[in-house]
Design a protein around this ligand. Structure first.
Ligand SMILES: [Zn+2]
Length: 498
């Protein structure tokens, strides 16, 4: 992994907080380091006679952060929280709020106590894929020590928040040396730190590069090509496949209790993974880091038995959920693996379906590399569920904002119907725009729009592309009888009443 540090861009930052935001974006722009709210960064600054910890606010995306996304907390009171024996999440968050210098600032990251207690000005935390491929194995600790030597400390898994801060603090106090530049958190991710913005950022990149080199040196980097190209399916089978995909989306939506968007990922790597001889074992061990489970659930569904998956998920909840959990996840899968397609990724809307797909793509590379190196292992179901409960819950809030969230509408004559499409997108629907003019393809550049041209694509191909992208069609806006007839089977498979 290359450093993207640029002297001119750094010099243009003007102040250290802007520099903090700059290198955070460099980290967040690399999906193999952090995705969708994962990871966090901080800097300790002296202001008006007191030390202030600027830490990334909870939930913001490292790839997009600016100065205003960092929360200024007084360092001393949050640092001293480490002296407590125990501290519940609610109480800890109240302490953070009391230490906030600006009451309007975003809620500080759950890892604030951990950052506050590291004796470095700059601190970086990511869920780097390459590091997880070493750490998520039977001999994870030995691989970490062999790859990093004295450069990092190894920290056993603890739930994020106070428990994790406590164990990191203990490990650091006992084992840190002048050579220590980072910490690997087993089954979670990695920290790096330094005295300057550049040093800290480049230490993260250097450590991740070492993990990559270690995997390469053990022939565990290149993902083995188990995939042999399947013969092209005849058109009739493709249509049957389209209906099977729409039926899967309907079943997943019904299990969830709301309509979901679903996309099918049939790229060579996904197909190769779906056709691995050891799929039933490797795919069913759990997520690479607990944060992934918020998007992918703990396990993917193998095949199409959604009801069976939901029943097993309810057992998982019954056995592992804490008695005081306020809200539990729905029992529907978010990833379904099928050797015929690759995998399907579901989400409350097109953005979250794409996020699920991207997370699972990264997860597959970690599973494959860890298994090539040693034996891939994940956390216990109880530990994964704790993260699912803690970081989840955003879906309901997003859904409540737009009444058509999760629904898919096909609009014929898209170029003449822009007002209609604007309205559908604004109300949360995913839209397939169809038109004789190929310009329909670029009518909108956003993840919840797919433009398809009539002239080059027959009806079967149009519907197949729509269903592979969004999972089905819930509403057709067209006066074309042929199209309506061809869509009938898909509309019948909609999870939404027509
Ligand atoms: Zn983390």
């Amino acid at each position: 992994m290359d450093s993207l540090w640029n002297d001119a861009a750094a010099a243009a930052c003007g102040n250290e907080l802007a520099l903090r935001a700059y290198t955070s974006r460099l980290l967040g722009g690399e999906k193999a380091l952090a995705m969708y709210g994962g990871g966090n960064t901080s800097v300790k600054l002296r202001q008006d006679g007191e030390d202030i910890l600027y830490i990334k606010g909870s939930g913001s995306d490292l790839a997009l952060v600016t100065e205003k996304d960092f929360s200024p907390v007084r360092l001393e009171p949050v640092r001293r929280l480490i002296e407590r024996e125990a501290l519940g999440n609610d109480e800890m968050i109240a302490e953070f709020r009391a230490a906030l210098k600006d009451p309007q600032a975003p809620r500080p990251s759950i890892e604030t106590v951990l950052h506050a207690n590291l004796p470095f000005k700059w601190v970086e935390h990511t869920h780097a894929d390459a590091v997880l491929a070493l750490a998520d194995t039977r001999s994870g600790e030995a691989h970490i020590r062999a790859a990093f030597g004295d450069a990092v400390l190894v920290v056993p898994y603890r739930h994020s928040g106070f428990e994790l801060a406590k164990v990191c603090h203990e490990v650091f106090a006992r084992h840190a040396t002048p050579d220590t530049i980072g910490m690997v958190l087993l089954h979670h991710g990695i920290f790096a730190f330094g005295d300057t913005a550049k040093e800290s950022y480049e230490r993260m990149i250097a450590l991740v590069s070492r993990a990559e080199d270690y995997l390469k040196s053990r022939q565990a980097w290149d993902i083995p090509p188990h995939f042999s190209a399947a013969p092209a399916a005849p058109a009739a089978q493709i249509e049957a496949g389209t209906e099977a995909i729409a039926a899967l989306r309907r079943d997943i939506s019904r299990a969830a209790g709301f309509p979901m968007v679903m996309n099918v990922c049939g790229d060579p790597m996904s197909l190769a993974f779906a056709r691995r001889p050891d799929l039933a074992s490797l795919s069913q061990r759990g997520p690479a880091t607990p944060q992934h489970a918020v998007f992918t659930k703990r396990l993917p569904l193998l095949g199409r038995d959604v009801a069976g998956y939901a029943a097993a998920y309810r057992c998982y909840l019954a056995e592992n959920a804490p008695a005081d959990a306020k809200r539990l996840p729905d029992p529907a899968p978010r990833v379904a693996i099928d050797p015929a397609w690759g995998f399907a990724a579901a989400g409350i809307n097109a953005f979250y379906a794409d996020a699920t797909a991207e997370m699972f793509r990264h997860a597959m590379t970690i599973f494959c590399r860890a298994e090539a190196l040693d034996e891939y292992l994940s956390l216990s179901p109880r530990e994964v569920l704790a993260a699912e409960i803690e970081y989840g819950g955003f879906e309901q809030a997003v859904r409540s904002k737009h009444e058509l969230t999760g629904q898919v509408v096909l609009v014929d004559g898209a170029r003449a119907n822009r007002e209609k499409i604007d309205d559908l997108l604004a109300r949360g629907a995913a839209v397939v725009g169809l038109d004789a003019d190929p310009a329909v393809r670029t009518l909108y550049r956003r993840c919840d729009y797919l433009g398809l041209a009539w002239a080059e694509d027959g009806i079967g191909s149009v519907l197949e592309q729509a269903v592979r992208r969004f999972g089905g069609i819930d509403l057709l806006i067209s006066d074309n009888e042929g199209l309506a007839k061809a869509c009938r089977a898909l509309l019948d498979l909609s999870p939404v009443a027509n």
